[in-house]
Design a protein around this ligand. Sequence first.
Ligand code: IPM
Ligand code: MN
Length: 356
Amino acid sequence: MSTAATKTYNIVLLPGDGVGPEVTRAARDVLRVIGDFYGHHFEFAEHLIGGAAIDETGEPLPEATRAACVASDAVLLGAVGGPKWDGGKARPEQGLLAIRKAMGLFANLRPLQVSPVLAHRSPLKKEIVEGVDLIVFRELTGGVYFGEKTRTADRATDLCEYTVPEIERVTRAAFQTAQQRRGKVTSVDKANVMETSRLWREVVTRIHAEEFPDITLEHALVDSMAMHLIRKPREYDVILTENMFGDILSDEISVLGGSIGLLPSASLGAGGPGLFEPIHGSAPDIAGKGIANPYATLFSAAMLLRHSLGLEAEAAAVEAAVHAVLDDGVFTADLAAKGQAVSTAAATDAVLAKLK
Ligand code: IPM
Ligand code: MN
C-alpha cells in the first residue's frame, strides 16, 4: 500500500541475454524487499536489449527501450551477447554501445575491493591482493569505440578521437571521487605514441592544477600499468583512463579478487539516470541453469540506489547483506569448493534473509 510519504522510483530492467535474466530477477527481488523495508515504491518496467531484442524486433536497441531508459530514474542491465548472434548483421553489443551513447553515460565506474574471505581464491598471491581497494573511471562514450569506421575489401580503419570537454568531464568525476577516498588519481594513457593521449595528459594535468591541487596525481603508460596492476595493485586508488584502455584494464583487474562474478559497475552521465550492470558477460555456457552468481548484480543494484536514487542507507544495507552471506560461505559454482555450490535462487534467498 502506498502512503503519502512513499516515493515512487521508475527502474527499467534490461535482462538481455544468457544469464542476464536470472541475475536481474535476483536484483529485482532484493530491491523489492528494500523498498518495503524503507518505504519506497520501486516500479519496474522490463525492456528488450541485445540478442533478445534482435530476435524479437531485428534491432539490438529498439526505440521503445531507448525511450523508457532516458525517461527512467535508473536502469539495471543483465548482460548482452552470445554465440547465437555471431555473424549476424546486427550484433547484441551494438545495443549496449547505443544505450550508453543515448543516455550520455560518459563515466564508467568499476570498483574492486578484495574481500579477505576470498583473497586466497585470487590467481595472485594473497600478500599481493589482500586489501586492494580501487576504482576504475573509464571514459565511456568517446575514443576508438565511437570514432568513424571504414572498411573496404583490403583495408579497415577505426578513428580514435577525443575532445577537450570529453576529457574534462570524466576527469572531474574521477578527481571528485578521489576526494572522498584516499586522494590519489592515476591517469593512464599512451602519450609516448598517441596524439589523443597527449591531449588527455595535458587536460588531466590542467584540471588537477586548477581545480584539485589537493589530490595526488600520477600518469602511467598503459603497457606498464598492465604490469603494475599485477605487481602492486594495492598502490592504486582511482584509475582514470580512456574508453579502450579502460575496457582492457578493467578485465585484468577483475580477476584479482577471485571471481568476476562479484564485480559491479555504474555508468553515469551529467545528472540523468545511470545504468548499472555486473561486469561479467552473458555466460552462455551456464545460461538457464540457475547457477549464475547474482552477487555482482546485487552490488550493481546497490550502486543504483546510491548513485541514481541517492539512497545511501539502502545501498549500504544491500552491500552489508551480500558481504554477510559471503562471510557465511554461501557461494555459487564460480566460488564454491566442489559439491558445495548453491543455486542463484538460494544465494539470493540468503541475501534476502539477511535483510529481513
Ligand atoms: C564492457 C564490454 C563492452 C565494451 C562490450 C560488450 C561492447 O566489454 O562493458 O566492458 O567493450 O565496452
Ligand atoms: Mn569489457
